[in-house]
Each structure stands twice: as C-alpha cells, then as structure tokens.
Design a protein around this ligand. Structure first.
Ligand code: GLN
Length: 537
C-alpha cells in the first residue's frame, strides 16, 4: 500500500514548499518509512533546461540526466537519495504525451479533453512513480499557488485520486504575514487560500503556516476554525536560521505522529538523533571560512538572487560544517572585474573562490581575471564546469602563451580553441540522448593516482553529474600539460578531460562536472571538502 502526501501552496510563492515537502519526507524517514517525492511544475516547458536561472533559480541535474526544478535538489539533500527525472512532471510533458496518444489514435475517436484525459495522464504519472519505487510514501508537491489558472488540472487530478480510494493526505502551506504597521499575525490570506482549495474540492488535513515568528495560540485557533481543521493540525513553520532544522520543528509539533494516525499506520521509534545532533552542532561553529562565488546570475530587478547557485551554496555549507567551520559566502558579480580590475584585490580577503557553471558571454572576462588572480596569489580555487573551461583558457593564454585562446562558445574564431565542441562527442550524444547535444547526467571518470583529486575521492572511478556542451580540446592537452596543468581525471576512453589541478598551488582544482549536485548534509562533496580544508585559515 502506498500513501500519498500532496503539498499545495497558498498566498504567495517562494514560501519554501520544496523544503517543507522534503522535511515532511524526512520525518517519515525518521520513523523508518521509505519515501520519495515528485515535483509538479505547471509551466509549459518540457523541463527546466531552457529556463533562465535568475527567473526560476538553478537548473537541477539528476543522475539520469534530467534538467529539473531546484526543488528536486532539496528532496535529494534531505532524503539522501537520488531522485530520477520521472519525478518531475510539467504541463508540457503531460500535454505532449496526451497529444502524441491522440495522434496515434489511442483515444478511439473520443473528444480528448482536459478532464478526464489530461487528469488521467497526470494520475498515471504519479502512480507510475509509486509502482516503480516501491516506497511507503510518495510526496507530491504541486508548484505555484492555489488559485493559479495553471495548476488547476493538477489539483483536480489529486482530488480525483482521493475519490478513487487512494490514501491521500493534503498539506497546505500558507503564509501568515505580520505587517509592521499592525504588529500582529494576520490569518485572512490563509483563510482565503483554503477557501479556494475547498472550492476545488480539497479539504486540507494539515495547514503549515509559514511566518516570521512562531504561530501563536490565537492564530492557530482562528486558522483551525475558519479552515475546518483541528487546532493541532495547524503547524507552525517560522523562519529558521538553518533549513535543516525544519524537520525537527515539524517533529516537535508531532506532525509525523499525526500523519501516521490519520492513515492508521503504526508509530515506530523515531530515529532523528543523528540529524538533531548535526543541526545542534552546526549552531555552535564560530570559526568562519569565507568563500566567494564569482558568478553572474545574481541580478533580478533591483534585488540580488542567490537561488541560481543554490546547490553550490549548500555544498559549501555541507563541507564547511563537516570541517566544523562557519561558512560565510560572498556573492561576487564577475562583471565588476571587467569594469574595475582594481577590485580583484578584494579576492585576497577570501579564504577560497569558486567559479561556478554558466552559459553565454557576459561576465566571462571578469571570471578569467578572477581565476588568474587566484592562480597567481595562491588563493584556493575550485572551478565547476564553465569554471574549469575558463581555468583552461586562462592557463592557455597566460602560462602557455597561446594568445587569445578561448572557448568556442565565447569566440568562434579564436586562434586557439582550447575548449571546443568535439564532433565525436556530439555524435555519441546525438545517438544516445535523442538528438540532444548536451552532456547531461552522471558520467564516470577515471582518476589519476597520486593526484590531489585522487586523494580527495580516494578511488579510481567516480561518477559526477554533467550539464554542458563544450569540452577541453584534446588537441591542446599536450601543450597544457607541458605548461603544468595536471588532468587528474579523464573519461574512461581518455578523450574527455574531467578534472584538472595545478600541483604547485595551495589548491587549484577544477572539474568539467557539477559535484555540487551530489553534496549532502553530513556527506560533503570531496572537492568542496578539499577546498574548505585548503581555505581554513
Ligand atoms: N557553457 C558551458 C558548456 O556548455 C558550460 C556549462 C556549465 O557550466 N554548466 O559547455
């Protein structure tokens, strides 16, 4: 028997529904239940591959090569398990599948309609995950907020699931603001949001109230009365310093016990000691480690958004905590170094620098300057994907004297295409990945014994996730190696350069992959761990 927990949102977006969903999964795991999670994104895009990071946050890459909403990253980090791409359902995928079926004549002359054909497709996709995963619980987070036009069919589908006899628990995550002019928590937006949900035919079992401060008794009573739930089923979810504390906050309010009771499931011993100890310890770390992320996806209107690099940020935190340090992250827009090169000096105030992944032309020269500065000033440096490509470009130009060396992504006519599109690679990708030209998902690399990267991983073959089109050009490997680069990991056929390092540097490591996607609390990524150890003052 599989149980579904459907998580919907109300009032505003950006409430941290992903973290809430992951945390509910975590507390069920504490009780020995097997769980997995699905994210529904109501947009028409087939997946998140083409979304702009400043608009939608980071694109998460799954082990099996899905380009997905960042919430799957929260699920993986909290639940400590790989979540495949089939766990992300978008409107685009659903309609695409239904239209394909219609073209194949599978609907036998029927009028194909949103209800029941689209809703049936949605239900089938959710149930397929349940069948395949053999878990006790499938959590389904529905993106957007109740009242949006675009998620109405998903809400209708999960409403039907309950009617059809599935064991379903509905959790509604809302926002309880405290306007500064009033100084008290206001529940009206929650009441309206639940009213909308009930109009659709869904009565929430639990209301999780996001707020600045803990929900007080009066608001709890009010929400209970107006939203038709028991007072004890209103859960306070106030702002916390550390997202990994959320499962503990829920557990302390008895959420897992209440879920299990409603479903008539046995209560088991709660094993959250290790997680609790970890969260408590983190609070006590006071020695700082300051890591700069030199990126470009920060600007959105007049505010700065760090969501575009969420996995990099989480990976820094995991590694810092594993070394009993307090992470301090500086966001540095690489364009700054193009306008004012004198600002490069400020990199010396950092303990380590990361140049993360990216696409397109803006900010590239600024990143290259930052990498040069780190190389020349012995500042611990970690390059991720584009970060590695640019480290190679910088090295080619300034150490190997290859004037105007570049990646062909940035300059098609460069005299020295040290990072390039490899035709053989394009062919392989074309054949294996249905026409795609991006290397996506986990690929193996063989590490070179005796290198720093080998020491950090402690094994010969490692799998990290990829999302890129360009590679270090094999024609230039010799000259780069002669200059002093050590390619410490290559693809199994030896053709693709997967890891590099500079042996005479305190820590200068880069990878064509995105190791940040595999970092988890209490299990930091080896490369981030290496960076933090080198960065420790
Ligand atoms: N734009 C580069 C490529 O496609 C790097 C991509 C990335 O950093 N993820 O190869």
């Amino acid at each position: 028997m599989v149980y579904y927990i459907i998580v919907t949102g109300g009032v505003i977006s950006g409430l941290g529904k992903g973290i809430t969903t992951a945390s509910i999964g975590k507390i069920l795991q504490f009780h020995g239940y097997e769980v997995t999670a699905i994210k529904i994104d109501p947009y028409i895009n087939f997946d998140a591959g083409t979304l702009r990071p400043t608009e939608h946050g980071e694109v998460w890459v799954t082990e099996d090569g899905g380009e997905i909403d960042q919430d799957l990253g929260h699920y993986e980090r909290f639940l400590d398990k790989n979540i495949p791409k089939s766990h992300n359902i978008t409107t685009g995928q659903v309609y695409y599948a239904v239209i394909e079926k219609e073209r194949r004549g599978e609907y036998l002359g029927k009028t194909v309609q949103p209800i029941p054909h689209i809703t049936d497709e949605i239900k089938e996709r959710i149930r397929k995950v349940a069948r395949k995963e053999k878990v006790d619980f499938v959590l389904v987070e529905i993106g957007g907020t109740v009242g949006d036009y675009e998620n109405i069919l998903f809400l209708e589908a999960v409403r039907q699931m309950k009617l059809e006899g599935e064991k379903v628990i509905f959790v509604h995550v809302t926002y309880v603001p405290s306007p500064s002019t009033l100084g008290e928590q206001k529940t009206k937006p929650t009441q309206h949001s639940v009213k909308l949900l009930r109009e659709i035919g869904i009565q929430p079992d639990f209301i999780i109230a996001r707020s600045e401060k803990p929900l007080d008794k009066i608001r709890r009573e009010k929400i209970a009365l107006f939203c038709n739930v028991h007072e004890e089923d209103v859960i306070s979810d106030q702002d916390l310093e550390n997202i990994y504390e959320v499962p503990i906050l829920f557990e302390e309010q008895g959420l897992s016990r209440k879920i299990l009771e409603k479903l008539g499931l046995e209560k088991r011993e709660c094993r959250m000691q290790e997680w609790k100890r970890f969260v408590e310890e983190v609070k006590s770390f006071s020695e700082p480690v300051k890591i700069g992320i030199v990126g470009k996806y920060f600007d959105i209107g007049s505010c700065k958004l760090s969501d575009s690099y969420i996995s990099v940020i989480e990976a820094i935190k995991h590694a810092a905590w594993a070394n009993r340090l307090k992470p301090e992250i500086a966001w540095i827009d690489s364009k700054t170094f193009e306008k004012c090169p004198e600002k490069l000096k400020e990199l010396s105030d950092l303990d380590g620098v990361i140049v993360p992944g990216g696409f397109g032309l803006t900010g590239i020269e600024g990143k290259i300057r930052a990498i040069k500065y780190c190389r020349e000033h012995n500042i611990p440096f970690l390059g991720l994907c584009l970060g590695m490509q640019l480290a190679v470009v910088e090295f080619a130009r300034n150490v190997c004297n290859l004037k105007d060396a570049n990646s062909v992504e940035i300059d098609e006519n460069t005299p020295h295409p040290v990072v390039s599109f490899i035709p053989e690679q394009a062919k392989i990708l074309h054949e294996s990945r249905y026409g795609a030209t991006m290397r996506l998902g986990a690929y193996p690399a063989r590490l070179k014994r005796g290198t720093l990267v080998y020491r950090l991983y402690g094994k010969d073959i490692v799998y990290e996730r990829h999302r890129h089109r360009y590679e270090v050009n094999p024609d230039y490997v010799d000259v780069l190696e002669k200059g002093g680069i050590v390619f410490s990991g290559k693809s199994l056929d030896g053709l693709l350069m997967e890891f590099m390092e500079l042996p005479d540097h305190k820590f200068f490591v880069a990878t064509q992959a995105h190791p940040e996607f595999k970092s988890r609390p209490m299990k930091p990524s080896p490369l981030f761990d290496g960076l933090i150890k080198a960065a420790r003052r």
